[in-house]
Design a protein around this ligand. Structure first.
Ligand code: ATP
Length: 282
């Protein structure tokens, strides 16, 4: 798959001077066209910050970030508008990400009109978008508060798809949903990718979730990518001590497998700074 997004030695720092906190410490990842890169790691490791950098929402302090062959840290106004169309986002919380005072029709029409479509021309696109995410057409004149979490996330996905993006940053998009709804929404992501060819940067703290949707997985720890590879390889046979810990801590449905992981978790040596440095995560 040809590369759509390439980050090389990417650095992002929050704050300045004595308060400076380097959160991305030289991150390199690639995402191919139509590919899903799962980004996994514990809270505070820098996953959202990488997503925000890809969306152009935080300044990049070093390294390069290329999207569709263009250096996105040096785009002019027209290039930034194109990027705002080509890269979309789906957030974790479907309860706050949809404007409660707008109907679903207005929520889906807004991005189309913002990119120059006439309101009456947008109507058929909006109906098709709702259909794509398996929501009934009578949802159009209702408000987001009238829907369940899973339905709201479907609406948020429809909004992200409105401009036919090349990449969607999915930031913990199923963590607020119950388990059976999670699975349905994950399957919707997969189905939409097969239909549209969109690529995903799929951020989650949950190895089972990224295993389900990703072609490849990158593991982030303290602002570094410590392991990357095919999804099944990284999630079933982790090599880095930090990924081994994530694997052993991951909840799985099968009680025997859960007991196996508990035993592995108890047998793992402490993950001190020396062990991490040896494994390349300083
Ligand atoms: N706007 C900000 N200003 C200052 N520090 C920030 C800001 N956003 C995040 N941070 C810090 O950067 C670090 C990485 O945060 P980030 O949200 O990228 O991690 P994460 O892996 O996505 O975590 P989570 O899963 O909890 O969202 C954290 O220490 C966080 O406190």
């Amino acid at each position: 798959m040809p590369d759509l997004l390439t980050a090389h030695d990417l650095r992002v720092t929050y704050g300045r001077g004595r308060n400076a906190n380097e959160v991305l410490k030289g991150v390199s990842v690639e995402i191919g066209q139509g590919e899903t890169l799962g980004l996994v790691g514990e809270s505070g490791s820098g996953k959202t910050t990488l997503g925000r950098a890809v969306l152009g929402l935080v300044p990049v302090a070093g390294g390069t970030l290329t999207f569709a062959g263009e250096d996105v840290t040096r785009l002019g106004a027209r290039g930034r508008r194109r990027l705002a169309r080509d890269i979309q986002v789906v957030f974790q919380d479907p309860y706050t990400s949809l404007n409660p005072s707008m109907t679903i029709r207005d929520i889906l029409t807004e991005p189309l009109v913002a990119q120059g479509a006439k309101k009456k021309d947008a109507a058929s696109t909006v109906r098709a978008l709702l259909d794509q995410v398996a929501m009934p057409a009578d949802a159009l004149d209702r408000y987001s508060r009238e829907f369940s979490g899973g339905q709201r996330q479907r609406i948020a996905i429809a909004r992200a798809l409105a401009l036919d993006p090349k990449l969607i940053v999915c930031d913990e998009p199923v963590s607020a949903l119950d388990l059976s709804t999670q699975l349905k929404v994950l399957d919707l992501f997969i189905e939409l990718q097969q239909r549209t060819g969109v690529a995903y940067l799929f951020i989650s703290h949950d190895l089972s979730v990224v295993r389900h949707v990703s072609h490849r997985v990158a593991v982030m720890y303290r602002g570094h990518i410590v392991e990357t590879g095919p999804a099944l390889q990284v999630t079933d046979d982790p090599q880095h001590p930090y990924t081994q810990r994530l694997w052993a801590a991951n909840l799985v449905a099968d009680p025997a497998e859960q007991a196996n992981r508990r035993a592995v978790r108890q047998s793992l040596p402490p993950l001190d700074d020396d062990a991490l440095a040896a494994a390349g995560a300083t």
